[in-house]
Design a protein around this ligand. Structure first.
Ligand code: SAM
Length: 218
């Protein structure tokens, strides 16, 4: 799948990273395999390659970050990805989360608010063999033109659960979204049991950059 240069050293560091994430509680083997398969250093400037396999978020420009690998794994595990799922990701950023979903054989639609990140990632992911659909715009209200989705993942911190996202889910669909204030958010999993019934589950606190736009922080 990936056409840039990987190395034994990076592969070893990736196996270590997977061990770290496993010890923190991630159990889904398909998710762990995806993290193991994706050279995260490709998503970094070459000057920062030595940091790519630390379990940390990192700046990617425009005041944004590539999420911590554990966070990516946690959100992906909650999403219960099945082969062929139609997934909307809100917050393309570096494209790393989108690449994980692609390796899990989902059909990925990803939307980004910042034009520079959109342009950069839209060029970059195809170069490493990752095929997803890119959109530029405010994803805080979802992407109604491609709805409904099996799953929706929000990778920025929201002040509330945007009702539009629940509307764009299929019945039995899952929304994973961090909700809270600008500094700390609780990870939430919402399962649409029927057109009118939502099962809401809450998990640990995380620290995401803010979800901007009309359904986010204005
Ligand atoms: N998923 C990304 C990755 O794997 O690198 C992490 C992204 S970063 C934590 C959050 C991203 O959400 C940023 O790129 C930010 O520009 C984007 N964002 C914030 N508000 C948004 C909105 N309303 N619509 C779309 N993207 C948004």
């Amino acid at each position: 799948m990936l056409k840039l240069e990987d190395s034994y050293r990076h592969k070893g560091q990736r196996r270590e990273l997977v061990n770290v994430i496993r010890k923190k509680g991630i159990k889904n083997e398909a998710v762990l395999n995806a993290i193991n398969a994706i050279p995260r250093h490709f998503f970094f400037d070459s000057a920062l390659h030595s940091h790519a396999y630390e379990d940390k978020a990192f700046p990617i420009g425009e005041g944004q970050t590539i999420s911590q690998p554990y966070t990516v794994a946690f959100q992906t595990e909650l999403l219960e990805v099945n082969k062929g799922d139609k997934i909307l990701e809100i917050g393309t950023g570096s494209g790393y989360q989108a690449a994980v979903l692609y390796l899990l054989e989902a059909q990925v639609h990803t939307i980004e608010f910042q034009p520079k990140l959109y342009e950069r990632t839209k060029k970059f992911l195809p170069r490493i063999g990752v095929k997803v659909k890119f959109y530029l715009g405010d994803g805080s209200k979802g992407l109604p033109q491609k709805a409904p989705y099996d799953k929706i993942i929000v990778t920025a911190g929201a002040p509330v659960i945007p009702n539009d996202l629940l509307k764009q889910l299929k019945v039995n669909g899952i929304l994973v979204i961090p909700v809270g204030n600008r500094v700390s958010q609780k990870m939430m999993k919402l399962t649409k049991i029927s057109e009118t019934k939502i099962l809401q589950e809450e998990y640990d606190n995380f620290a995401f950059v803010p979800l901007l736009g009309t359904g986010g922080w204005r």
